[in-house]
Design a protein around this ligand. Structure first.
Ligand SMILES: *Cc1c(COP(=O)(O)O)cnc(C)c1O
Length: 344
């Protein structure tokens, strides 16, 4: 039986069509710039983002780090969300490996950073301070889509304050599909963007960093330094190209499944959905008042995988993706209901 894994959209397995594309990919040594399939993937995303160039990296963590290190020098600072991936979930890489100081700020409810608060955090040019250099955002951010009007305020804001801007667009295509905008309409507000192919798009590996020619030239150097120069990487890039060609529009199904799952779970007394109104893409948070470990164990015995532990608020994140069908969602709801009848 195929498991129904709701922990993350990173758990997908490559489809037959994707594997076929990988098997037949034309390859070369990408460190020598000789892999035609990597070049094709980079060119596709450079075009779609409206940026000059792109570079393929093994992970989103590395792609973001290459981005930060290409924008910032030692002693520079990036302004970032307190719970942003590029601050909280990347092992402190920017500080550890890039000598770049983070200036974290709390996200607003909608996942934006309030620009008035950002301006207050920008440091004056003075030897006492790190140099505020870069403004980082994330989209989608905890499943939420940054509003277009907010995105459009970013470039003018950064120009006024002489900041560069980077978007962690690990799940940017979920925002593209949700807002029904082109990728370029979102990216035109940023100097660089990092895009994951291995989340909802279903590729096994890979992220792409896009930006200006000058920026990507620096990125090439940092990617090599960080150990991300890969050789016949066209095998992986082929999976990414396949994902871009087949798996973008269908993200709407994941969004529908998340909304449907939330609406069904909301009718169960033992489950609380703290931000049910804010479910916009493929993620939802549930709080299970009691018995979460038993519930998780029960579901596991039925092939349904939930995060092993709830956070301090008793909440867990559930994520829909291309290996979860509507029938799977119906099964999950049924099994959760069955579990709680024993306490009813
Ligand atoms: C997953 C993710 C990344 C990159 O993660 P990798 O696992 O290193 O590919 C970056 N930002 C966000 C918001 C993510 O969810």
């Amino acid at each position: 039986m195929k498991p129904i894994d709701l922990r993350s959209d990173t758990v997908t397995k490559p489809s037959k069509g994707m594997l076929q594309a990988m098997m037949t990919a034309e390859v070369g040594d990408d460190v020598y710039h000789e892999d035609p399939t990597v070049k094709k993937l980079e060119a596709m995303l450079a075009t779609q983002t409206g940026m000059e160039a792109a570079i393929f990296a093994p992970s989103g963590t590395q792609s973001n780090l290459i981005g930060l290190m290409s924008h910032c020098e030692r002693g520079d600072e990036y302004i970032v969300g307190q719970t942003a991936h590029t601050y909280r979930w990347e092992g402190g890489g920017a500080a550890v490996l890039g000598s770049i100081q983070p200036q974290p700020l709390d996200f607003e409810n909608d996942g934006s950073l309030n620009l008035d608060k950002v301006s207050l955090a920008i440091k004056p040019l003075d030897a006492h301070y790190a140099r505020s250099k870069l403004f980082c955002l994330e989209n989608t951010v905890q499943g939420k889509v940054l509003p277009k009007s907010y995105l459009d305020s970013i470039r003018p804001f950064c120009e006024t304050h002489s900041l560069k801007s980077h978007l962690d667009g690990a799940r940017i295509f979920n925002a593209v599909v949700k807002l029904n905008l082109s990728l370029q309409a979102i990216c035109c507000n940023f100097d660089s963007i990092s895009i994951c192919l291995s989340k909802g798009l279903g590729a096994p590996v890979g992220s792409v960093l896009c930006g200006s020619n000058e920026f990507i030239l620096k990125a090439h150097r940092w990617r090599k330094v960080l150990g991300g120069g890969m050789r016949q990487a066209g095998i992986l890039a082929a999976a990414g190209i396949y994902a871009l060609e087949h798996n973008i529009e269908r993200l709407a199904e994941d969004h529908d499944n998340a909304t449907y799952l939330a609406s069904q779970l909301a009718s169960i007394d033992e489950i609380h959905l703290p931000d049910v109104e804010q479910i916009q893409t493929n993620m939802l948070r549930i709080q299970v008042k009691d018995h979460y470990p038993e519930l998780q164990k029960h579901l596991k015995s039925r092939g349904i995988i939930l995060p092993p532990q709830a956070d301090k608020a008793g909440a867990v994140r559930l994520v829909t993706h291309l290996d979860v069908t509507r029938d799977d969602v119906i099964t999950v709801v049924r099994e959760i209901k069955t579990f709680f009848t024993q306490f009813g």
